[in-house]
Design a protein around this ligand. Sequence first.
Ligand code: C2E
Ligand code: CA
Ligand code: CA
Ligand code: CA
Length: 273
Amino acid sequence: AKKAGGLRHVRYHKELSELANKELYLVEGLHNALEKGELFLNFQPQIETETHDIIGVETLIRWKLENKFISPAEFIPIAEKTGHIIQIGDFVLRETCKNIPLIEKEIGKELLYSINVSARQFYQKDYIQRTKKILEETNVLPSKIVLEITESIIMEYTDFVLKSLQELKEFGFQIAIDDFGTGYSSFKYLELLPVNIIKIDQSFTQAIHRSRTKAIVQSIISLGHNLDLKILAEGVEDLFQVANLNELNCHYLQGYFFSKPLTLENLLMEYKK
Ligand code: C2E
Ligand code: CA
Ligand code: CA
Ligand code: CA
């Protein structure tokens, strides 16, 4: 028993140090990922439930490091710790804005552009200032940009968050609550915050065959209708989910059933007018 414990101990340390090495490797890589052009954007279409028309895209960052893709689920938390998320966040917004004229020319219609905002970015003192500046420099109408805020952002510092969101809203940005229902969602926030869109987390979408889940989704959607917000369901993967969300009058859908996140090139090809 003692021997087995010892082995486990060794294995535990090996795994821990591999984890630490991986993180160090990513931290190192992040230092010049932007300069090296290793970061780029993907765009995932957002679809109107009634018509199946594209109404917008969510921008999702991609990192190709030494010929291997690193998932944002892995490197975004690290970039938040190191602070690289500030530059990365600016890059994502600026890159998106720069490409809007081309996208709308090729697709032949106006779209909404959803951008993920991390907590570290949002709490940066000059976040609002730099964000406005990027829109002004690229000449993009703020109402075309949807800032996706998670519940982890709005669970603290209520006064600061409220003021910031109000200022962003006044400038013209739209606000979405991302991963809705997985965090500290509170009716207080919906009462106070100037939110335009609620994104139902994919865990709900993918369990919509369960009657309890469907009842919860139905409640979120009718809340949206009553508050005059748009509801978007994330992670839509099959026709059964589409049918159920359609039946519940969910405004918008996003997920692999319609499209995976696409490179700019593929987005233009797939949705060319
Ligand atoms: P998220 O904001 O909740 O983005 C949705 C994630 O679900 C994306 O993963 C997307 O590729 C994936 N997805 C879309 N449709 C489906 C589906 O039908 N089924 C399943 N199983 N998954 C689907 P991705 O691109 O790996 O991004 C993961 C997370 O990383 C994002 O979650 C977001 O929190 C973060 N992230 C991605 N890009 C950025 C960024 O530019 N800035 C910041 N701050 N975070 C980002
Ligand atoms: Ca998102
Ligand atoms: Ca989400
Ligand atoms: Ca998520």
